[in-house]
Design a protein around this ligand. Structure first.
Ligand code: FES
Length: 103
């Protein structure tokens, strides 16, 4: 499959540290604007019991699932020990104030 770059949101509509869930081609993705200015995109459902990661608390490069606090890396998608699992990670790019995901 050829990767496509899709515009998902204007950066101004993605406040820092407040996740946002978007759907692209039927796939639910959680977007995050980190305090260092980076934008990250991961699968929106926690591997534990499908908690909504976009509603989690962001700290540095991690998000804490709102259900049982599993900690998920926004860089690798890996759940941090002692818990286990992984979510998809999507490449993001900000161009002229618009956020794109390579999908
Ligand atoms: S669903 Fe995320 S910790 Fe349980």
């Amino acid at each position: 499959m050829i990767a496509t770059k899709i515009k998902v949101i204007d950066l101004k509509d993605l406040p820092k540290l407040i996740g946002k869930e978007v759907e692209i081609n039927g796939v639910s993705i959680a977007l995050f604007h980190l305090s260092n200015g980076d934008v990250r995109a991961i699968g929106s459902r926690c591997p534990h019991t499908n908690g909504p990661l976009a509603e989690g608390i962001v700290s540095g490069e991690y998000v804490y699932c709102p259900l049982k606090d599993w900690r998920v890396s926004l860089i690798t998608g890996e759940v941090q020990p002692p818990d286990e699992g992984k979510v998809e990670v999507y490449e993001t790019e900000v161009i002229n104030g618009e956020v794109y995901i390579t999908f």
